[in-house]
Design a binder for this molecule. Structure first.
Ligand code: PGA
Length: 265
């Protein structure tokens, strides 16, 4: 089931939801995402840790993906992104951080992927997976048409994703064209999923993901098969969804958020 929350403040909503998860289970296993969208959520989490209202001391994390090939120290790596935007500012044990290794030799990627899946299983499985969505409907680097039972693997990025990510690089030619990504099957195995999106460039992907047919043409539509997905989006990303069918007062969500928001089933 997908619950869709439309709010101007995705950061507060999402950070509160993640905070509740960590307080309920201090040894939670979190799946984490990179990209512009989660940055404000990570800022909130950092504030919560710095105010001592949240701790990552016993939390284990697995990131969705990493470019390949790329050195962990490269400023464009997702490892660098996570350090800059979250890990260097919170009390997480560095041993508990997992991000696909962007320097695994091509011939060893398949073995590495099996080990990554095993590490997730050994940690007890992902309790809460944070996700963005690509303008082409991808989740992690599962580009259309990725199979719904796909697992961690080596992938090629589509032209659309390369164009979307070029804004982070000096030149489009600098954007890596391959990556190691968790699969859709890996993501669907998480106990709970939190997908975030903002802005008009995500409106069509959000519509296809939530209201479209379940199809590998829109990898995010696989989320319709999961029993506990919360999609937190702003009004621009929600612009193409069907008219509101219900409006709940914020306190009905038990998240204590003050702003009114809309919710679809
Ligand atoms: P973005 O990326 O948050 O930078 O828009 C999302 C994604 O491609 O998954």
């Amino acid at each position: 089931m997908i619950t869709t929350i439309i709010t101007d403040d995705i950061a507060s909503y999402a950070a509160q939801l993640i905070g509740e998860q960590l307080r309920a289970k201090p040894k939670s296993v979190l799946g984490l995402a990179t990209g512009s969208t989660p940055i404000s959520v990570y800022d909130r989490l950092i504030e919560m840790v710095q105010c001592d209202t949240l701790s990552f001391k016993n939390v284990v994390t697995f990131n969705l993906d990493e470019y390949h090939p790329i050195q962990a120290e490269d400023p464009q790596s997702y490892m660098s992104f996570m350090r800059e935007h979250l890990f260097d500012h919170i009390d997480i044990d560095k041993m508990n951080i997992h991000i696909p290794n962007g320097m695994v030799p091509a011939e060893d990627v398949a073995d590495f992927a099996i080990q990554y899946e095993k590490a997730i299983g050994d940690a007890g499985g992902i309790d809460l997976q944070v996700l963005g969505i690509g303008s082409n409907g991808h989740i992690a680097f599962n580009e259309p048409p990725s199979e719904f039972d796909s697992r961690t693997r080596y992938v090629s990025l589509t032209d659309q994703t390369i164009a979307d990510n070029a804004r982070f690089f000096e030149r489009r030619e600098d954007v890596p064209i391959h990556a190691i990504t968790m699969g859709i099957g890996t993501i669907l195995a998480a106990r709970r999923i939190l997908m975030l999106a903002t802005g008009p460039t995500k409106a069509m992907a959000i519509k296809n993901a939530i209201e479209g047919s379940v199809s590998t043409a829109c990898p995010a539509s696989a989320l319709q098969l999961h029993r506990a997905v919360t999609v937190v989006i702003d009004a621009n990303a929600a612009a193409l969804l069907m008219p509101v069918t219900a409006v709940l007062e914020a306190d009905e969500t038990n998240l204590g958020i003050q702003d009114e928001h809309h919710i679809w089933w």
